[in-house]
Ligand binder design. Sequence first.
Ligand code: DQA
Length: 149
Amino acid sequence: MTSARGPIAVLHGVNLDQLGRRDPLHYGTLTLAELEERIAGFAGELGLEASFFHTNHEGEFVEHLHAQRGRAAGLIVNPGAWTHYSYAIRDALESVAAPAVEVHLSDVDTREPWRRMSVIRELCIGRVAGRGADGYRDALAMLKEELIK
Ligand code: DQA
């Protein structure tokens, strides 16, 4: 369904490659590969196509965002800890000019106070936190709504 306008680009930031080894109470037990498989399944159910990217390097995350301009129909971003302070990622996200949803596996608003801050929130059409892998389905559904407007 999004093929004419490009896929939904799903970007995973710093430390998300450690899923499966991180605290399961916050992050669940899926590895990143398993999470991406789950997200691809959700996308298929919604008639969307997803592409995936992960890096632990902030500049690579920024460059991947730049590359999505005119390519991705929408974005799902979980920048990990960069969410809370990276104005470089914030500015790169703004330059993509595609609808974006911010996703966090854990419930960032009920954890340490510094996790409540998001420098990308104001640029996103929606935000999902604390729903684990299902949060990505919610995000895909939000983008689908936005794209058929
Ligand atoms: C996270 C929440 C962040 O605070 C944390 O630094 C992460 C993952 C999440 O998905 O819950 O690495 O973005």
